[in-house]
Design a protein. Structure first.
Length: 340
């Protein structure tokens, strides 16, 4: 059974499952979900907790022994198994499948790790565990989903704020929910009355937003120039190599050009061929409406110049030039700017 983090605590109140699968690349939601399980498990008599990490040297018999050996001081065993790669291997798959069949009410097993793909979710061991438990996918939050999460977190901690405050905090902490939680705790300490104004929050919080190159591409496709510049600034401050961003921009130009060629030929776009899933197709259609064939030719020319300059180490301020290239995806006229 799949349950998203915002509904997970409610399902816990309905009763514990013998197995939990918590995977994703958003650490704050994972930590919150695990802590919620720990609290309910302690209340229900799972007094002894074991923590295991299934790295390359892990002996899977250790997990099997942990589920079969009860302590003299506790009748119920709580086990957390970290699966860094999301793939337990042949031996691990076999043991996890066997454990799912036993379904011991005195054993609670929580398996957690980084983001997993459909290959893992369709594996025999995962399906067997999921059949008797709960899967909680923890993905980064953006837009309205992020603002709703922030509002809920602040409400839970006694803060009553305006929508403007929520939007500001979302902008400052996007991509970094751990920082968002810390900022909310700070606001609770600074304003115990629970009603900080927008001006007070602006003075108190620090911009700790974090992004990756793929998020930058989505913002460019959506045509948001202001946010794309902010993302580039963040990527530069985090030390992301300019070549990585250049690779992403070139790849995106190639995809857009192929889609544009299909439209010009009067053909229906084959989204599967370009590996563009339904939730992103709207962004590409929006970009194609803005970018004419002439814009695409200009962009290709600038990309070629920048690529050559980077390879020859002839760019003094690569992120300034990358900013110009990103703005061409909007598109914005750069007639008064000289690239390189």
């Amino acid at each position: 059974m799949q349950v998203y983090p915002n509904r997970f605590n409610a399902t816990l109140k309905e009763g514990l499952q013998p197995f939990y699968l918590i995977f994703g690349d958003e650490p704050q939601q994972k930590l919150t979900a695990i802590n919620q399980i720990r609290e309910v498990a302690t209340e229900q008599g799972f007094d002894e907790r074991q923590t295991l990490v299934a790295d390359a040297q892990f002996d899977w018999s250790t997990l099997l022994e942990a589920t079969q050996t009860l302590s003299l001081f506790s009748a119920r065993q709580y086990i957390e198994l970290e699966l860094p790669t999301g793939k337990p291997g042949t031996q691990g798959s076999k043991i996890l499948t066997e454990l799912s069949a036993q379904n011991n009410p005195d054993i609670l097993l929580v398996i957690h790790g980084a983001k997993i793909g459909k290959d893992v979710q369709n594996s025999k061991w995962f399906k067997a565990i999921d059949k008797h438990g709960t899967y909680v996918p923890c993905y980064p939050l953006e837009g309205n989903a992020l603002q709703q999460w922030l509002m809920e977190q602040m409400r839970t901690q006694g803060l009553q704020v305006t929508p403007d405050v929520t939007r500001l905090l979302a902008e400052y902490c996007e991509g970094n929910l751990l920082a968002a939680s810390q900022e909310i705790e700070k606001l609770c300490l600074l304003y115990p009355n629970g009603n900080p104004t927008l001006e007070e929050v602006e003075q108190a919080v620090v911009d700790q937003s974090r992004y990756n190159v793929f998020q930058l591409i989505d913002v460019l496709l959506a045509g948001d120039s202001q946010k794309s510049v902010k993302m580039l600034y963040r990527l530069e401050s985090e030390g992301v190599e300019p070549n990585i961003i250049m690779w992403a921009l070139t790849r995106e130009w190639q995809t857009l050009r192929a889609l544009q060629a299909s439209k010009q030929a009067g053909q229906a776009i084959n989204w599967n061929q370009h590996r563009i899933w339904k939730n992103r197709q709207g962004m590409y259609l929006s970009a194609l409406q803005r970018l004419s064939p002439i814009h695409m030719q200009q962009l290709q020319h600038k990309l070629n110049i920048m690529d050559s300059a980077l390879k020859q180490s002839q760019v003094e301020r690569p992120y300034v030039e990358l900013c110009h290239l990103c703005l061409l995806f909007i598109p914005m006229s750069l007639e008064n700017f000289a690239l390189i």
